[in-house]
Design a protein around this ligand. Structure first.
Ligand code: BES
Ligand code: MN
Ligand code: ZN
Length: 490
């Protein structure tokens, strides 16, 4: 897994400033008032910092942005990064500032002089989250070098505040690595193996193979994988950090390691992006890692359906009818609407086995959600306002875009089939909603449920605040917060 940048928190020692050979960062308010670290730098550089701060470039610097003083004389450093950060900065701004520092760091040791900075833990989180590159397949890649030292007012408190955030970063890095991985590397078996390896963190992990899935009756899931030489699997990860008799939260993820469309083959252009079609399962895996890392006091079970959607002489065809584990029959109109076929069986299994207090599924389910919401927001669908609002609030405080879309009988009617209980597609209108309606047919009345369509946010073509181009890890922070807010109380 891609390593997190090593980060340590210590008391401020301004005598280390002159000799620090990497980069230094100082935080300045709009007023430009220099704190103790900045004053030492200013003295060493014979007033260079003050001149920079008095100049027009600092005046034009937006909050969260950085200006660099390179190779300052009188110091060993290669640069002093001057961060514009108001004292009352909110979480978003603090994270943005950290991310800006990460982009400048390269392989240098970075010393943050944050003696009078608020929200230091959030700065650290932004820094670590943005300091990510996926270089598993770069032959020239060397191990990343350099570390980050944060000198701040209360290092013990800050370290403690940062610890759960770093657990989130670690989960998000796992999600990104999985989602970025090519399909010949992250095969269904390789994916399952990586999840089994999380047993060392205290998770209980089971892998259900095709024979077991067949005897459970998961025929719609198996139908998706039947054209592939890679075996379909369901992996169950349990984190039991809560009271013994507390019903768990169930997280269910779509793990299509590659989606060719099957016999309803996708066009060639852009098909390579479908390596990310296991993004939902990637988020579930990352959240489970985060919960284990921070030893969350909650019961959470993560279930992922891992399959590959390939055309072959053995693949499922349009027109075929398949019976789900629930017992409902599905007429396959389009083999490219495969995610819902995977999820419906795993969701049914999750409810039958765990009787969860709530269930949240995540999937790169529809191209239509990208048309509707772009790459800014995931589509949110729910049968339970209280749960849904709690999630939207968690997503908002983590700055992960999420927007609720409606469900309704009229949309469900689009799934009517002449020959079976339902079709697997509802036509072009409201494609994301009819996909959600399909899933809803596999949600029991008593199960509070959220469906997250993350096709637009799981992986992006241009960088976001906290992630470079590629997989974002969207959802790990929001779901972790939802667990903390709603499933760890009492
Ligand atoms: N994996 C795709 C959805 C997708 C599209 C994810 C773009 C990420 C980026 C999904 O399996 C799919 O193919 N959906 C079809 C559904 C249609 C056949 C009803 C789609 O969106 O075109
Ligand atoms: Mn598809
Ligand atoms: Zn798909």
């Amino acid at each position: 897994m891609t390593d997190l940048t090593p980060i340590t928190f210590s008391e401020t020692d301004i005598d280390q400033i002159a000799g620090h050979a990497g980069r230094l960062a100082v935080f300045l308010e709009p007023s430009g008032r220099l704190d103790v670290g900045a004053r030492r730098i200013n003295k060493l550089t014979k007033g260079a910092l003050a001149r920079l701060v008095e100049g027009a470039r600092f005046a034009n610097l937006k909050p969260g942005e950085v200006l660099s003083l390179t190779y300052p004389s009188g110091m060993a450093a290669e640069a002093v990064d001057v961060v514009h950060l108001p004292r009352r900065a909110d979480v978003a701004l603090a994270r943005k500032a950290g991310a800006a520092l990460a982009k400048l760091r390269s392989d240098s040791d970075l010393l943050l002089l944050a003696a009078s900075t608020n929200r230091v833990a959030d700065v650290a989180f932004g820094l670590v989250m943005r300091d990510y590159t996926f270089q598993d397949h770069k032959s020239a890649a060397k191990p990343r070098k350099g570390s980050v030292t944060v000198m701040c007012a209360k290092p013990d408190d800050t370290r403690e505040a940062a610890a759960p955030m770093l657990a989130v970063a670690e989960g998000a890095f796992m999600t990104r690595d999985l989602t970025n991985a090519p399909a010949n590397v992250l095969t269904t078996s390789a994916f399952a193996e990586q999840l089994v390896a999380m047993e060392s963190l205290g998770l209980k992990v089971e892998v259900l193979d095709e024979d077991e899935l067949a005897s459970l009756g998961m025929r719609t899931l198996l139908s998706v994988g039947q054209g592939s030489d890679s075996p379909s699997k369901v992996v169950v990860m349990r984190w039991e950090g809560g009271a013994k008799d507390n019903a768990p939260l169930a997280l269910v993820g779509k793990g299509v390691v590659f989606d060719t469309g099957g016999i309803s083959l996708k066009p060639g252009a852009g098909m390579e992006d479908m390596t990310m079609d296991m993004g939902g399962a990637g988020v579930v895996s990352g959240v489970m890692r985060t919960l284990a890392r921070r030893k969350a006091k909650a019961n959470v079970v993560g279930l992922v359906g891992i399959v590959e959607n390939m055309p072959s002489g053995n693949a499922i065809r349009p027109g075929d009818v398949v019976k789900s584990m629930k017992g409902d029959t599905v007429e396959i109109i389009n083999t490219d609407a495969e995610g819902r076929l995977v999820l419906c069986d795993v969701m049914w299994y999750a409810q039958e086995r765990f009787k969860p207090a709530a269930m949240i599924d995540l999937a790169t389910l529809t191209g239509a959600v990208i048309i509707g919401l772009g790459h800014e927001n995931a589509g949110v669908f729910s049968n339970d306002d209280a749960l849904c609002n709690a999630f939207l609030k968690a997503a908002e405080s983590e700055h992960e875009g999420a927007w609720r879309l409606p469900l309704g009988q009229g949309y469900d009617d689009q799934l009517k089939s002449r020959i079976a209980d339902m079709k697997n597609v509802g036509g072009r209108p409201a494609g994301s909603i009819t996909a959600a309606q399909f899933l809803k047919r596999f949600v029991k009345d008593e199960t509070p449920w959220i469906h997250l369509d993350i096709a637009g946010v799981a992986s992006v073509k241009s960088e976001t605040t906290l992630a470079p181009q590629g997989a974002t890890g969207w959802g790990v922070a929001a779901l972790n917060r939802l667990v903390a807010d709603r499933f760890e109380k009492g």
